[in-house]
Design a protein around this ligand. Sequence first.
Ligand code: ADP
Length: 478
Amino acid sequence: MRKPFHSIRWRLQAWYGLVLLLVIVAFCLTAYRLALDTQMRRLDADLGRLDWSLFHILYTKARAIPQSPTEPQQDTPMRIPALLRSGKITLSSSDLELFKGTEPGYAYFCMQDADGTVLAKSPNAPEGIELPKDFKPAQIDISRDAPNRRERLHVNPGGKSIIGRDIRPEQAEMRKLAWSLGLLGCTVWSLGLLGGWWIAGRAISPIARISHTAKRIAEGKLNERIGAPDTDSELDELCRVLDRTFERLREAFEKQKQFTADASHELRTPVTILLSETQRILKRPRTEQEYKDAILTCQEAAQRMRRLTEALLLLARQDGPDAEKQRSECDLAQCVQEALQQHEAQAQSRNINLVPMLNRVACIADPAALSILAANLISNAIQYNKEGGTVWIETRLEAGVAIFSVADDGPGIPGESLPRIFDRFYRVDKARGPQGSNAGIGLSIAKSIVDNHRGTISVESAPGRGAHFTVRLPLGAD
Ligand code: ADP
């Protein structure tokens, strides 16, 4: 059982959820902060208006009182504190219309002279609102927060005043806004998480399909495929690549199975001959000649097995990882010449005319492998030719490519056999050719050698008009 936080989907979701949460919280906090600032500015402007209204009432009253000649000459606003202190100005209940009650949103004020004595105060002003006598603000006008209230302090040479307002309605409004933002944030976050979960699920669904298919293939169902839609998505592209790889693996596996079956089949015939011959001869006493014949039959079967096992070993070496390590600078003509010499006796025995046209072609290759390649093609051209036929062997350089060709004027290869001619254990006619010596591996060894040298091998043939094999090899190491 997989732990949830080890799954890619969960990890993606966790990161996505965290980032989304941070963005939403930052957004909500900013929105709340902006709303709060706007509200504070509105409140301060409101307090300014209340201040002005109070001043206007006091100013009007002060102007109405004539100045006595004994009084020092002062501007009207400067006279207000003295008039209040002397009781010449009093505020009636209609003057205090704006500053009454304790209903939510009520306003209040308190005026003090320069010494800190309270000159006037609204009846609803909270306890202890007066400023200390030595209060000296850095600014003339300042705003301050008190519990559930907002106040504006105003200090001038004649006195100090505090205008305040109950802000519970605004606080309730802000609480409502906070709840709305919180609810909106949670909804957006939940929807984001759901969307993210769905998108992450869709994005990684090919991975689940890949692992499911890989499991089925591991169980032996080699025909299983992931089957990705034809989109540009990287994971779909990966699925298509994997499907192609699985297909190649299946082909390789099938080939391997076929190869093992064919090899066992080929080995079974000589083993059967050996067993039946020895059983037959041991049934009763035999003459010396009968023993000799039986031993010769067994020897032939053993030789056939040896040839087969040697051919299989050679093939395995060509397929193995060391096949490319034996490269050196060599002459293709010389490798072919060596193979030619080995088959001169075989050609003579069948009265075959060998026509070499060997031009020097220097290339980087495995000379031993090239000799085997040449030997297989020349041996076939002699073996499957008619008595007294001709074999043309040529090496040449053409457009930077080493060419080696073997042609004969024998019966040729039927068209339907041409596509399979390089398959392992494939024989055009099992009855044709010397019985028992050929297992149909020679051309597959030749093809493996050519493939290892990154070259190509092709054949042209028509029944009755001989076969023409052409090998093209690059000159360099690649
Ligand atoms: P084998 O070991 O049987 O010769 P090869 O792989 O060399 O196997 O060849 C496969 C088959 O191709 C042979 O059985 C033969 O029928 C056919 N073949 C190969 N070379 C020639 C040729 N030059 N002319 C006619 N048939 C050929």
